[in-house]
Design a protein around this ligand. Structure first.
Ligand code: OGA
Ligand code: ZN
Length: 377
């Protein structure tokens, strides 16, 4: 056993026990925390807490503490209860250290185009082999996008590979949604027009985490794709344009959808960039098309538009944007709350262009990745 898992000294203090480990690290374990995490508090198969915190008083304390080679035993002041902790478990769950947050994301810009093969992965390999599935999940989580190559070009056939991860996220567009040019389009995606770089459905409180655009045919003139790492651009702003970054993370902007085929009016206010508790990037919402009439206060409007203009410019700049063309049998997969996508206009009279779109939650990607990474919680 490593020194890290060996106890050198235990002292009972007022509110916690203080454990000094052989590697000199000191852990504080608070009484209620210990009682709450007694191994007997967890259901053996459901793996959920059955202990009710209200079944003890706030003042519960260890009457006595014992250690054996692998266990730390606590005799509690209430209900004659005894807890047997694995010493290793305690060290692994120590919360008395400044845990340095390390971001899982690799930021990228147009230079990635040179090594575009890195983010490509073969359809059948992912379908049939868990190591390739794991690799796909890693690409999605770390780079925020991947291109599946050589998928079948049968309609709805992408369900099969998405179901290797989990169930899809349904929306009022249906699944899959058909990205084709139609008469009287209810969405600009269903025109032959260019789409500026955007994230989909920013007017949902919980915008779809991942999007999959399965290219069935792309024979029309035009209709090239673009992809840009919104987190990389946000990171650039954070470093180089601090004021703009602050405005973009603090200003609540209106997004809306009034699709004429729906009897629903969707409105959501959100900053364009949001952060996590660790101050990492949480999500990017960006769609010139789905942004409503901005209603930030008049005292803040000028600064908002300056920051928004700058953000838009970077999101469409040569420095950050990658242009590429989807071929039939490609599935363009991306984190819709990080990576923006777009297309150039196409001529629907020059040939066929048909993509089928799917959404899936970010939770599902993360949960499957955690599983393959054997994450212990
Ligand atoms: C979409 C979209 C891009 C394309 O359907 O959300 O952005 O290449 N489509 O047609
Ligand atoms: Zn889109």
């Amino acid at each position: 056993m490593q020194d890290k898992y060996k106890i050198n000294k235990i002292v009972k203090r007022n509110q916690f026990i203080e454990v000094t480990w052989l590697d000199k690290h000191i852990s504080k374990f608070h009484f209620l925390w210990l009682r709450d995490n007694c191994p007997s508090a967890i259901h053996p198969t459901a793996n959920m807490r059955i202990f009710n915190i209200l079944s003890v008083t706030k003042n519960i304390f260890p009457k006595e503490i014992d250690i054996s080679k692998t266990k730390l035993i606590i005799y509690w002041s209430e209900k004659n209860h005894k807890s047997n902790f694995e010493i290793k478990w305690l060290r692994d769950h120590c919360y008395s250290q400044d845990k340095k947050y390390i971001s899982p994301y690799f930021f990228w810009d147009q230079k990635l185009k040179k090594s575009f093969n890195k983010i490509k992965i073969n359809h059948n390999k992912v379908l049939n082999n868990d190591n390739h599935l794991h690799q796909w999940l890693k690409l999605l989580h770390e780079y925020g996008f991947a291109i599946i190559k050589n998928a079948p070009i049968k309609q709805k056939s992408a369900f099969k590979i998405l179901n290797r991860i989990s169930h899809h996220r349904e929306t009022f567009f249906g699944t899959p949604f058909e990205v084709v040019s139609i008469p009287k389009p209810n969405n600009t995606a269903y025109t032959a027009d260019a789409l500026r770089n955007h994230t989909d459905l920013p007017y949902f409180e919980y915008a779809p985490g991942y999007q999959f655009l399965h290219c069935l045919v792309n024979d029309a003139k035009g209709g090239n794709s673009s992809v840009v790492d919104g987190f990389a651009v946000a990171s650039y702003l954070k470093k180089n344009e601090k004021d703009a970054f602050k405005v973009l993370t603090n200003s609540y902007v209106k997004f809306k959808d009034t699709d004429y085929t729906q009897k629903a009016t969707r409105v959501l206010h959100s900053p364009l960039i949001t952060l996590t508790k660790d101050r990492d990037f949480n999500d990017i919402r960006f769609s010139m098309a789905a942004m409503g009439t901005v209603d930030v206060d008049s005292s803040k409007m000028k600064k908002f538009y300056e920051a928004y203009y700058l953000f838009s410019k970077l999101l469409h700049s040569k420095k950050f944007k990658i242009d590429f063309r989807l071929s039939s049998g490609d599935i363009f997969c991306f984190n819709n709350r990080r990576v923006l996508h777009g297309r150039t206009s196409f001529d629907p009279n020059s040939g066929n262009r048909h993509l089928q779109g799917y959404y899936l939650e970010r939770d599902e990607i993360l949960a499957r990745l955690n599983y393959f990474n054997k994450l212990k919680v």
